[in-house]
Write a protein that binds this ligand. Sequence first.
Ligand code: 5AD
Ligand code: SF4
Length: 460
Amino acid sequence: MVQRDFTLTNTNLDNETSRRYLHIITWGCQMNVYDSNRMVDLLRPLGYKVTDKAEQADVLILNTCHIRDKATEKVFSELGRLKQIKEYRNQLGNPTLIAVAGCVAQAEGNIILQRAPYVDIVLGPQTYHRLPKMILEVARQSGSIIETDFPVESKFDFLPIPQENTGYSAFLTIQEGCDKFCSFCVVPYTRGAEVSRPVQTILDEATHLCSIGVKEITLLGQNVNAYHGEGPDGNIWNLARLAEKLSTLPELSRIRYTTSHPRDMDDSLINAHRDLPALMPFLHLPVQSGSDRILKAMNRGHTADEYRKIIDKLRKARPDIALSSDFIVGHPGENLKDFEDTMQLVRDVQFSQTFSFKYSPRPGTAAAISMHQVREEEKDARLQALQALLREQQDQFNQNTVGRTIPILFVGKGRKQGQITGKSPYLQAVHIQGDTSLIGRECQVRIDKSLTNSLSGTLV
Ligand code: 5AD
Ligand code: SF4
């Protein structure tokens, strides 16, 4: 499976008196989706409504991702399209503003303004709380603005609490940034140092989300299980303690968290999977490789056996826990034996769903300048073999749920007439023939069939 692209659509804004429109295109991870929603919240008081038609928008925002592949080129190609829209709208007398946000903005700042001078605003992931001010400034002076420094203030102190019902399942960023500097990864450079939000602000946001109907919250962070936020008691709370507190919110039935690092998977969090029914039996725990040599070259700080031990403990604590992971094939220096070690780790652990990628050199990272890059064809072959095995495991996992009755949280209408879709505790997509009045509720469903990427079932 590959990283998904998200586009925000015109779902939930209702200020009919406004005539200003905002179009936002979101690439990358769930945190970018969260950030895009926060940008929408920030611009709402200025009268902006979301539109899914770029041609209609007074403000066009690209929220970008720099993690892999030809991220920068993708941004410039999209900007080419937005430039035409801007010119066309300008001819009609409708001034249009283009902003580039997210990790490509952070990494490429000035280059974006040099190559695409028609861009009005470039802002990094830590400065988007200043977006309303920047838009007003551009409108006043009609010059470009770049804000990619890491500010002293935390953007979280300036973000409005989400106002609109964003559905029954919501994201909530609790931690951001990373100090681990894995050899292949740009995140420490684009998202900055690791920071945890204070417990009370998270509780306030979670309580508010529940009050607008949210039933499931996914706590987000680049290193979410390294969370160490200041608690209301003045002590530092870890993720287990935060999850325990959140599980006391009566309307909140499901808690998830992503993305975790094996090094921060401590016993308190493992035990929380045993003790907290609201903590879903699913864990995304990237391992990247099953070879100790490559794990060392990646600077991951653990061995393959240490990872296996964590999985054993988790399965003892919560026997039905479903495991997910990220893998990179073809990291510099990876030979066939290393790759076979990865295949063996996969056979040993048995994953329910995964993401796997070919190593992609990122400028400025340690691995990018290694002399031992793996040939592209070799990476292709390894990825194919790995994905075939992972696909088998995913199918097997899904097959194992057939015949079981499990609670499904319904989150929306299905693709076909009369269908509604929801999520299993193990993060499988499940659809049934059912009434839309069930959306937002958790109901027992008997799983009848496993399809390619989803399950179908019947309400019990
Ligand atoms: N090349 C390939 N995959 C990468 N990832 C991060 N950086 C790279 C890179 N340079 C993958 C890792 C990480 C996921 C979010 O993206 O597997 O866990
Ligand atoms: Fe990137 Fe490694 Fe930090 Fe994860 S832990 S964000 S892979 S540097």
